[in-house]
Design a protein around this ligand. Structure first.
Ligand code: SAM
Ligand code: SF4
Length: 326
């Protein structure tokens, strides 16, 4: 089992399988031209399996595939197939565009829950935020997942001035479909033009929702980042990931692997250990994994003030979200 120096168990690995994306979400992609990792810099399907197997030996029991857009990998089927042989709960976060192509494989790999990012239910706004006219396709694929009995969680990045206008529409979704709509507070990464004024907090959104609805907190499972709420008697629910206003680091169980095989012990951490190079040099990686976990800071990668309004985005040393893997 992996424990950090604060006694937190680490049993959840998020693997970015690519830093490429078919979307250009404003809050995620750096505005300047982003140079994706070359093919040789990325972990191959078999290297991903090799590394993931080592994490499983150390106690990991949940793996999430992310990116970039994970389904863009040409060998996505192979990656999924390999990882589905491991004794872990396998999940994925996707922008949803290629879900129809891989639906059968998702089922076959025993994936039960799929997180789909959808920041707007308005076609024009969706295109503005993602840089792609793909709303209808993503929406159809969300329906396809529901028809096929997947548990669907919808990720919405909550940006002030935008999300308030769509809050009621997202709440209506939970009335009409058994989905969890998760509002994620806007987080700062290199090149994403984050400003504290663009953050709308979970508390502010809950207060807005309460103006028209009955909003009741639900039980939050251990290690969960999202605080869930029942809204009216709706079949779905809403949830909030309050990273900026009220972090949940004290219960963190996550490690991340970037597409180029660097282990990151925190989304906001500067620390990266290159385990892909170790694998390629036939060196053992268990000690590197343990070292990374031991080096983990108590909260927010040791970089932020607890008051998000004091954060100076330019001073943060980190990569862009697309490079880290969300
Ligand atoms: N391409 C996939 C997708 O969009 O779902 C997976 C990768 S994406 C980086 C993972 C999640 O991170 C998405 O739900 C996205 O909305 C979220 N995300 C990206 N940048 C963010 C930011 N600056 N603040 C909060 N969430 C962000
Ligand atoms: Fe791509 Fe996902 Fe980032 Fe949007 S949030 S640019 S879909 S990786």
């Amino acid at each position: 089992m992996l424990y950090d120096s604060f006694g937190r168990i680490h049993n959840y690995l998020r693997i970015s399988v690519t830093d490429q994306c078919n979307f250009r979400c404003t809050y995620c992609m750096p505005e300047e031209e982003y140079a994706c990792a070359g093919k040789d810099e990325l972990m191959s399907a078999s290297e991903i399996t090799q590394i993931a197997t080592e994490f499983v030996k150390l106690g990991v029991n949940k793996i999430r595939l992310t990116g970039g857009e994970p389904m863009l990998r040409k060998d996505f089927s192979e990656i999924l197939d390999n990882l589905s042989q491991l004794p872990v709960e396998l999940t994925i976060t996707t922008n949803g565009v290629l879900v129809d192509k891989y639906l059968y494989l998702l089922k076959k790999s025993n994936i039960k829950t799929v997180n789909v990012s959808i920041d707007s239910l308005n076609e024009t706004e969706f295109e503005k935020l993602t840089g792609r006219n793909m709303f209808q396709r993503v929406w159809k694929n969300i329906q396809l997942l529901l028809e096929n009995q997947f548990e669907v969680k919808l990720n919405v990045v909550a940006m002030k001035g935008h999300v308030e206008l769509e809050l009621e529409n997202f709440i209506s979704l939970t009335r009409d479909y058994p989905v969890e709509v998760r509002f994620i507070e806007f987080m700062p990464f290199t090149g994403n033009h984050w400003e504290s004024d663009k953050v709308i907090t979970a508390y502010e959104l809950i207060e807005l929702a309460k103006l028209n609805h009955d909003v009741k907190p639900l039980e939050t499972p251990a290690h969960a980042t999202a605080k869930k709420y029942q809204i009216d008697n709706n079949q779905g629910r809403i949830a909030f990931i309050s990273t900026m206003s009220s972090h949940f680091c004290s219960d963190c169980n996550r490690m991340r692997l970037t597409a180029s095989g660097k282990i990151k012990n925190c989304l906001f951490g500067q620390d990266e250990i290159d385990i892909l190079s170790a694998i390629r040099n036939n060196l053992p990686i268990d000690l590197l994994i343990k070292e990374s976990v031991t080096r983990k800071h108590k909260a927010l990668g040791g970089q932020f003030s607890q008051d998000y309004k004091e954060i100076k985005a330019e001073a943060i040393i980190n990569s862009s979200m697309i490079a880290i893997g969300g």
